[in-house]
Design a protein around this ligand. Structure first.
Ligand code: NAD
Ligand code: UD1
Length: 339
């Protein structure tokens, strides 16, 4: 199949390009490179030995995107493109709504125009807000509490309306938990700009000596060791989840929603210990106050994806940390240093 990946030059997109190419699909990428670099796609080509067709375009530029659909007989679209920093979304909500929602509207419009009605959308577990119970099932109430999370929930609703208006659309809403790790070859990985917000890239940069110490945001949560608990999922497992979701929608699924997580909660302390083991380096740690907006614990009930997609995350935290460390130590400056 010909699969178009919006935002395909980014962290999850590059790993998913690899997964699709390894299944024999052709990939076409649209990305405006606002949070990525084109060299990431050269690395994908290097890993798979197959070409990636790349269009450096903003998805909101309909006149630019239209010809891509004219040139390629696109079978399905996987829509990763979006801004993803919670803190930035609180400071610049209009930018988040404009980018994430307008890009999706423009994309769907062009898809509709070309009769392409198979879509996989990158949503987030953040749509659940502070869950009433864990593990979280797909039918749990949604209550996102920041503009980023709300942009994801609004898009889910827009896509639900689209499917209601025309049931020939097949749409998978994938709610990712906490993607971490990297391709095991160490050539592609997460390359945050500036100081990382998220735990795994922060620890990696402490381990490699770019940052002095890790601040643990609270050790007084009602969790087994007092630190926050999350469902970390290896990005390669996540990428394979997209392959299965695509197979599902191509078979005529209608609108479907899946949690993509491992189902296992892991604390900040457990991640630190696993990373120290993987890297052979000690991570200096300082306990600080809780980060505003953090919830004590959330992890997925991934059983629906297991049942309906025949997909399950198989990689554990030792592998996640080993692969994250390999990427970080081989590319201390991310994609910046090696070009
Ligand atoms: P990323 O920033 O690495 O990738 C997103 C890509 O989209 C970037 O390459 C960026 O340049 C591109 N982009 C953004 N706006 C665009 C636009 N208007 N036109 C064209 N390209 C545009 O992020 P990621 O971690 O790979 O995340 C991919 C998707 O998954 C995002 O939608 C994100 O919100 C979602 N998600 C990510 C996480 C996570 O922890 N990484 C968790 C849940 C959901
Ligand atoms: C954050 C976002 C969430 C987004 C997700 C993407 C917030 C409030 N939430 O989730 O919307 O979908 O990233 O992966 O920003 N921690 C530290 N020190 C650090 C960084 C993190 O102790 O320097 C702790 C956090 O308190 C948390 C855990 O590590 O308990 C994971 O944090 P993080 O990687 O930022 O992910 P989330 O908070 O789950």
């Amino acid at each position: 199949m010909n699969i178009l990946l919006t935002g395909g030059a980014g962290y999850i997109g590059t790993h998913t390009c690899v997964a699709f190419q390894e299944q024999g699909h052709a990939v076409i990428v649209i990305d405006n490179l606002c949070n990525s670099r084109a060299v990431s796609l050269t690395r994908v080509e290097e890993i798979t030995g197959k070409p990636v067709t790349f269009y450096p375009l903003d998805l909101r530029d309909r006149a630019g995107v239209q010809p891509v659909f004219e040139r390629h007989p696109v079978d399905a679209v996987v829509h990763f493109a979006g801004l993803k920093s919670v803190a930035e979304s609180v400071e610049r909500p209009l930018m988040y709504y404009q980018n994430n929602i307008d890009a999706t509207l423009a994309l769907c419009d062009v898809m509709k125009h070309h009769g392409v009605k198979n879509l996989v959308f990158s949503s987030s577990a953040t749509v659940y807000g502070n869950p009433e119970t864990v593990p979280i099932k797909e039918d749990a109430p949604t209550a996102p509490f920041n503009p980023y999370g709300r942009s994801k929930r609004f898009i889910e609703e827009i896509l639900t309306d689209l499917h209601q208006s025309d049931s020939s659309w097949n749409i998978a809403l994938l709610r990712y938990f906490n993607p971490v790790g990297a391709h095991p070859c160490g050539r592609i990985g997460e390359d945050p700009s500036g100081v990382p917000n998220n735990l795994m890239p922060y620890i990696s940069q402490v381990a490699v000596g770019k940052l002095p110490e890790l601040m643990v945001f609270g050790d007084d949560y009602p969790t087994p060791d007092g630190t926050g608990v999350r469902d970390y999922i290896h990005v390669m497992d996540l990428a394979e989840g997209h392959v299965r979701a695509l197979e599902k929608i191509i078979s005529g699924s209608g609108l479907v929603t899946y949690n993509l997580g491992t189902g296992k909660g892991c604390s900040v302390r457990e991640i630190i210990a696993a990373f120290e083991k993987a890297s052979g380096r000690r991570i200096p740690v300082k306990i600080s106050g809780r980060r505003p907006g953090d919830v004590p614990a959330y992890y997925a009930d991934p059983s629906l994806a297991e049942k309906e997609l025949n997909w399950r995350a198989i990689r554990g935290i030792d592998e996640m940390c080993a692969d994250a460390w390999r990427w970080q130590s081989m590319n201390p400056a991310g994609y910046g240093e090696t070009g």
